[in-house]
Unconditional design. Structure first.
Length: 133
């Protein structure tokens, strides 16, 4: 059960509707998902988070599918059920196959395991890695 009453499109104030309209236009859809309708309880937060998401998730040097798969990986690691479902759907719409998802899950599992081992053992960072950038 949600902690806040979501703001439905037909009851949204003009400033919220403007963001909703941009979300739908950008995503080429005719509905606004529950995440945005919940953030709309705080219009400034809705506007800021949408602007940031729109900028960050736009194709750039990293393609849109890869960005969605990274988002899925972080969401799985953080245990955000809503984000897992939302971004798996987005990744599928951008071409992620079941085989790709299986490989992604394997990478997530490996990364979480090796991160925990490296952290638990307090393994010092190799000098060669310190100068990677």
């Amino acid at each position: 059960m949600p902690m806040f009453k979501m703001v439905e499109y037909n009851k949204a104030k003009p400033e919220i509707r403007a963001v909703y309209d941009d979300i739908m236009a950008t995503r080429k859809t005719d509905w606004v998902n529950n995440f945005w309708k919940t953030l709309a309880t705080q219009p400034g937060l809705l506007r800021r988070v949408w602007a940031n998401a729109k900028e960050v998730m736009a194709p750039g040097k990293i393609d849109a599918l890869t960005k969605e798969m990274i988002y899925v990986a972080v969401s799985i690691t953080n245990g955000c059920d809503y984000c897992i479902h939302s971004h798996i759907a987005a990744a599928k719409s951008k071409g992620m196959t079941e085989e790709m998802f299986g490989e992604l899950i394997s990478v997530i599992g490996l990364a979480n395991q090796t991160n925990s081992l490296a952290d638990g053992f307090k393994i010092p960072v190799d000098d060669q890695f310190e100068t990677a950038f």
